[in-house]
Design a protein around this ligand. Structure first.
Ligand code: WT7
Length: 641
C-alpha cells in the first residue's frame, strides 16, 4: 500500500515537524509521563493555584490529575486571550442555516459569557449545580457552556435532535435544576421546536426551577410564569462583573450521555484540568493550529466532537472556530464548500458518513468553489474506508492536504490515536499511532499485546489526562464496563489490528453498540424502546453494513397477538422511535416475524439475524438454536424500508 507523505513545506511549518520530532515526544512521554504532562500543563494553561501532584492513582480506576490545582475552563478559553493581541481576533465565526452571519471576537465573547454567567449567578446557581443545555447551533450555545464552566455549574448538552422523552431521561438522571434552551432552531428550512419539547419533558421534572429561552426562530412558544424567562430580557440588566471561579482541577466540567450495552444511556463525566490540557495538545499536535488559521469542525456541539473540537479545544488555543447551524445539503449540497470557501477555512474536520454523502452528491458541488485555503483535513467517528479517504484527499484536499483520521470516544474526551500531519506518513483507513502520552495497545483476552499483523481488543494501559472520571451516579458500572474485562486496563470496546509497521486499524465495536453515521446507538436501548410500544411483543435490533452510514439499524419485531404486521405498524414504530429517542435513531428497516432465533437458554442470536440480512442465508453454527424453522421463515420475510 502506498504511503502518503506531507509536502516538505507542510513539514517545515508544522508544530511537530517530521518523524523524529514525533518520536522524541513519544519517547519523552513514555520515559516520564508525569513530567511530560506537567510541563505542558504549565506552559499551555492558566492555573490560579499550581497542583500538588500530577497524578493520583491511589483510588484507581478513579484517577485524579493535577491534584490540588485550581483553574477555570472559561478563563482559559476566553479571559486570558483578552490580555493579548488576540482580544480582537474572531473567536467564533457563525453562519445560520438561513444565511445570517455573526462574528464574535474574544472580547465580545468574554462580555457575553460574563453577562450570562452573572444571570445564572443572580438566579442563585452555584458550583456543582447541574444545567441541561438543549439548543440549536448558535453562538449562545458555547456562551451558555462557558458561562456554566465559569461558575462551576456542571452542564450537559443534549443534542437538539433528541426527543422530549430522551431529554426528560437526561434531566432526571442528572437531577438538573436549570434548562437553557431556545424557541427553536433551523434544520432544512424548517423550525425544530425545541421549547415545545422542553415543556413536554418538564411535565415530569419538578426539580427544574428555571428555564432560560434564547430567541432564535421567533416562533410562538408558551412561557411559564415563574419558571421561564427570555435570554434577552435577563441579559438587559446583566452585570459584566463576573470573575471566573477558581475551581478544583477535578471539578466536573460536563456530563455527556452516550449509549452503552444496556437500555440506559451512560452519563460520561469529564473534569476540568486534565481535559483542558489534552484537548489543547490535540489542537496543536493533530490540527497543527497556527495563529493565522481559520478552523472548522463541522460536527454538532451535542456530541463530544463538538464539545472538544468546536468549543473548548479551539478556544483554548485561541484560534477562530467556525460554527454552522444547519444541514450540509441546504439549500444545496454545496453548503459546506460554500462555507469553507467564504471564510477561507484552513483546517476542516468531518465524519466519513458526511464524506460518503458528498461523494454521492457528486464532484460538481465542491468543484463550484475555491477550496485552496484548505491545508489540513480531519475525519472522526467511524473507520474511514480507503476509497472515501482517497476522494476526500483528492477532491476536497486538492491532493495537497494531509488527512488526520482521529480515533477517540466520548469517554476519552480527547483524540487518542491519530497521525500528526507533519510527522506521520499516512495509510488511508488507518488512524496510525497513539498520540504522545497515550498508552494504547491491541491485546488478546489476557491483556497481552498481539504480534504485529494481529487483531485483538483495543485498550489503553495507562491513565490519560482527559479521561472520563466516572459514570454519573453509577461508579459501579464505570468499574465493571471499562476496567474489569482486563483488570486495571481501560477496555475501549473496539476491535483493532496492528500491522507490521505498527499502524493501528480500528475495526469496529466488539459489544452490542452500533455506529450509525458516527453516532453511537445501543442495541439494548432500541430494543427496550420498541418493546415499550403496545403492539410489540419482542424486538431484536442489529447493525448491518451500510454504504452511506457505516452501519444501519435493522429491527426485527414480533407483534403481540391481534396486531397485524403491516406497513402502517412499521411506520408507527418509526414514529415511536422518533418520539422516544429522536428521528436520527429510526431503524432503516423493520422486519416482522412471528418468532426470533434464540438459544435454548433464551438469548436472541443476533449473529444469525445479521447473517440473514446481509446474505439471506445462514452458514454458521446453529446447533444451539431452539427452533430451526425460524431461520427459514425469517429469510423468506421481506423487510419494509
Ligand atoms: C466510537 C466512539 C469520538 C467522537 C465521535 C464518536 C468509533 C470513532 C473512529 C475512527 C474508527 C472510530 C469507535 C469508538 N470511532 N472514531 N477514527 N476510526 N472508529 O464518539 O459516540 O463516543 O463513539 O466511535 O468505535 O469506540 P462516540
Amino acid at each position: 500500500m502506498s504511503l502518503y507523505h506531507p509536502s516538505d513545506d507542510f513539514v517545515a511549518r508544522s508544530n511537530v515537524s517530521g518523524g523524529d520530532a514525533r518520536r522524541d515526544l513519544v519517547a519523552r512521554a513514555e520515559a516520564a509521563p508525569e513530567k511530560f504532562w506537567s510541563e505542558l500543563a504549565e506552559s499551555e494553561l492558566h492555573w490560579f493555584r499550581k497542583w500538588d501532584a500530577v497524578l493520583d492513582e491511589s483510588g484507581a480506576p478513579f484517577y485524579k490529575w493535577f491534584v490540588g490545582g485550581r483553574t477555570n475552563m472559561s478563563y482559559n478559553c476566553v479571559d486570558r486571550h483578552c490580555d493579548t493581541w488576540r482580544k480582537n481576533r474572531a473567536a467564533i465565526v457563525w453562519e445560520g442555516e438561513p444565511g445570517d452571519q455573526r462574528t464574535l471576537t474574544y472580547q465580545e465573547l468574554l462580555r457575553c459569557v460574563k453577562r450570562f454567567a452573572s444571570v445564572l449567578r443572580e438566579q442563585g446557581f452555584r458550583a456543582g449545580d447541574r444545567a441541561i443545555i438543549y439548543m440549536p447551533m448558535v453562538p449562545e450555545l458555547p456562551v451558555a457552556m462557558l458561562a456554566c464552566a465559569r461558575l462551576g455549574i456542571v452542564h450537559s448538552v443534549v443534542f437538539a435532535g433528541f426527543s422530549a422523552e430522551a431529554l426528560k431521561t437526561r434531566i432526571l438522571d442528572l437531577d438538573a435544576s436549570l434548562v437553557i434552551t431556545a424557541d427553536g432552531g433551523w434544520r432544512r428550512g424548517k423550525v425544530v421546536p425545541l421549547k415545545d419539547a422542553v415543556d413536554e419533558a418538564l411535565h415530569d421534572c419538578p426539580g427544574v426551577r428555571s428555564v432560560i429561552v434564547y430567541r432564535r426562530t421567533g416562533s410562538d412558544v408558551a412561557m411559564h410564569d415563574g419558571r421561564d424567562a427570555w435570554w434577552h430580557d435577563l441579559d438587559r440588566g446583566a452585570s459584566e462583573d463576573c470573575p471566573a471561579e477558581e475551581l478544583d482541577a477535578e471539578h466536573p466540567l460536563y456530563v455527556l450521555y452516550t449509549s452503552g450495552t444496556t437500555g440506559k444511556p451512560k452519563g460520561i463525566v469529564h473534569s476540568t484540568g486534565g481535559y483542558q490540557l489534552q484537548v489543547s495538545m490535540a489542537m496543536r499536535w493533530v490540527f497543527d493550529i497556527r495563529d493565522e488559521d481559520t478552523y472548522w469542525c463541522a460536527a454538532d456541539v451535542g456530541w463530544v466532537t463538538g464539545h472538544s473540537y468546536i468549543v473548548y479545544g479551539p478556544l483554548l488555543v485561541g484560534t477562530t472556530t467556525v460554527m454552522y447551524e444547519g444541514a450540509p445539503d441546504f439549500p444545496e449540497p454545496d453548503r459546506f464548500w460554500r462555507i469553507a470557501d467564504k471564510y477561507r477555512v484552513n483546517v476542516f474536520y468531518t465524519s466519513p458518513t458526511a464524506i460518503r454523502a458528498f461523494i454521492r452528491f457528486g464532484d460538481r458541488y465542491p468543484d463550484r468553489h475555491d477550496l485552496s485555503s484548505l491545508r489540513l483535513l480531519g475525519s472522526v467517528g467511524e473507520p474511514i474506508n480507503p476509497s472515501a479517504w482517497e476522494w476526500y484527499h483528492r477532491v476536497i484536499g486538492g491532493g495537497r492536504c494531509p488527512i488526520v483520521d482521529t480515533w477517540w470516544q466520548t469517554e476519552t474526551g480527547s483524540i487518542m490515536i491519530s497521525p500528526l500531519p507533519g510527522a506521520t506518513p499516512l495509510k488511508p483507513g488507518s488512524a496510525t499511532f497513539p498520540l504522545p502520552g497515550v498508552a494504547a495497545d491491541v491485546v488478546d483476552m489476557r491483556g497481552n499485546s498481539v504480534e504485529p499483523g494481529g487483531e485483538g481488543f483495543l485498550v489503553v494501559r495507562k491513565p490519560w489526562p482527559s479521561m472520563f472520571r466516572t459514570l454519573w451516579g453509577d461508579p459501579v458500572r464505570f468499574q465493571e464496563v471499562y476496567w474489569s474485562q482486563i483488570p486495571g486496563t481501560y477496555f475501549v470496546g473496539d476491535a483493532a489490528r496492528k500491522d507490521k509497521d505498527g499502524y493501528f486499524w480500528v475495526l469496529g465495536r466488539v459489544d452490542d453498540v452500533m455506529n450509525v453515521s458516527g453516532h453511537r446507538m445501543s442495541t439494548a436501548e432500541l430494543e427496550s424502546m420498541l418493546v415499550r410500544h403496545e403492539a410489540v411483543a419482542e424486538a431484536a435490533v442489529i447493525g448491518v453494513p451500510d454504504e452511506l452510514t457505516g452501519q444501519a439499524v435493522v429491527a426485527f419485531v414480533t407483534p403481540i397477538q391481534g396486531h397485524e404486521p403491516t406497513d402502517e405498524l412499521a411506520a408507527e414504530l418509526r414514529e415511536w422511535t422518533a418520539q422516544q429517542i429522536g428521528k436520527f435513531a429510526r431503524p432503516k428497516q423493520i422486519r416482522f416475524s412471528d418468532a426470533l432465533p434464540k438459544t435454548r437458554s433464551g438469548k436472541i442470536m443476533r449473529r444469525l439475524l445479521r447473517e440473514i440480512v446481509t446474505t439471506q442465508t445462514v452458514t454458521g453454527d446453529i446447533t444451539t438454536l431452539e427452533d430451526l424453522s425460524v431461520i427459514d421463515r425469517l429469510a423468506a420475510q421481506q423487510g419494509s424500508d
